[in-house]
Design a protein around this ligand. Structure first.
Ligand code: R7I
Ligand code: MG
Ligand code: MG
Length: 313
């Protein structure tokens, strides 16, 4: 891949994620969303404000950007878990109104007040949170991980500092590996569902997640619509009921990021997060130039997104 297309894809990944978050946010939890509602938001004027999904993605991107040149390069040197836990918590402290989940808010409160993250993250959910907060922000690891194994390890490290539940970790691995594959797939080639998910299926190391991924392929091959997809896969804040839906949105419309985002938002539920994850996949595959420019230009974080995309590409 030449430098231009690498940068285009890195930008696509980060801008696709932020765009999904911003376009999905107004519809989070709403019962009925129409195509017109989404297009009106996309084609409006004024800044597009992001939520916790983009805020924490930027923290992770910055963390990686500061370490990517270090030698020797290991997953431990790329992600310093103690530092990253504090950086996430500080982002919450500075902007607590970005729509954070209830469990993670309590963890961040404790971390900011000096409690070690390993105990803080089990204060509310003793088994660890199974929310999608790890998966929603994981995409930047796909830009620095050299292969599926490294991407998997980075996904786990970036997630475990807030989400210790196995399903939250599997969800983050699924999203990160899929993003890595979307980067590697030429933008001119559509993603063939069964073939595309094979390495993702191998990486998750969980039979229930393998079944979920098979279900996604089945729905993609049957051209399921957003309502059917949400009914079968779920669309809530758990990793299990949101990461597969985002993957399906991408597989249903790969090559058309705008359609991927509309599918994700029309499926309802946790719309900002499902669209953020689907947007990262679509942007990583199709590139920044394929995103709707009138909307990307209005993203609140456009400057930082450009900066980290260039650095991590
Ligand atoms: O996972 P997390 O960061 O939330 C991300 C979501 C995204 O939709 C964002 O856009 C934002 O809106 O929030 O935050 P957590 O608080 O860890 O998890 C989210 C929610 O999942 C919690 O508030 C709980 O409702 C639920 N949850 C659990 N419920 C019962 N038992 C997570 N883990 C558990 C659990 O173990
Ligand atoms: Mg959010
Ligand atoms: Mg959400």
């Amino acid at each position: 891949m030449d430098d231009m297309s690498r940068i285009n894809k890195a930008r696509g990944l980060l801008f696709g994620l932020a765009l999904g978050d911003c376009l999905g946010a107004p519809f989070e939890g709403r019962r009925e969303v129409t195509e017109t509602d989404i297009v009106t938001t996309r084609d409006g004027t004024g800044q597009l404000r992001h939520t916790d999904d983009t805020a924490l993605t930027l923290v992770l991107a910055r963390h990686l950007a500061h370490r990517v040149g270090d030698r020797p390069r290991t997953t431990e040197s790329l992600i310093d878990v103690d530092v990253l836990a504090r950086e996430f918590a500080e982002a919450w402290r500075d902007e607590p109104w970005r729509g954070y989940g209830g469990g993670v808010t309590k963890s961040f409160e404790l971390i900011v007040s000096g409690e070690p993250w390993r105990s803080a993250i089990r204060a509310v959910f003793p088994e660890g949170s199974f929310g999608n907060g790890g998966a929603m922000r994981v995409a930047p690891v796909a830009l620095v991980g050299g292969d599926v194994r490294e991407v998997t390890e980075l996904a786990r490290r970036s997630t475990e500092v807030t989400h210790a539940h196995p399903d939250a970790l599997h969800g983050a691995v699924c999203q990160a590996v899929a993003t890595h594959l979307a980067l590697a797939l030429p933008s001119t080639e559509p993603a063939r569902p069964k073939e595309f998910v094979r390495p993702v299926r191998q990486a998750v190391s969980s039979t229930s997640w393998e079944d979920k991924i098979d279900h996604v392929v089945d729905l993609a091959e049957r051209n399921a619509d957003p309502a059917e997809a949400a009914a079968e896969l779920g669309n809530d804040v758990s990793a299990t009921a949101s990461v597969p839906l985002a993957l399906l949105a991408f597989l249903r419309h790969s090559g058309d990021p705008d359609a991927v985002l509309r599918f994700a938002i029309l499926a309802g539920g946790d719309t900002d997060t499902v669209a953020a994850m689907a947007g990262a996949l679509a942007g990583a595959h199709s590139g920044y130039a394929a995103l709707p420019t009138h909307a990307t230009a209005r993203l609140e974080a456009a400057k930082d997104l450009h900066l980290y995309a260039e650095h991590l590409a």
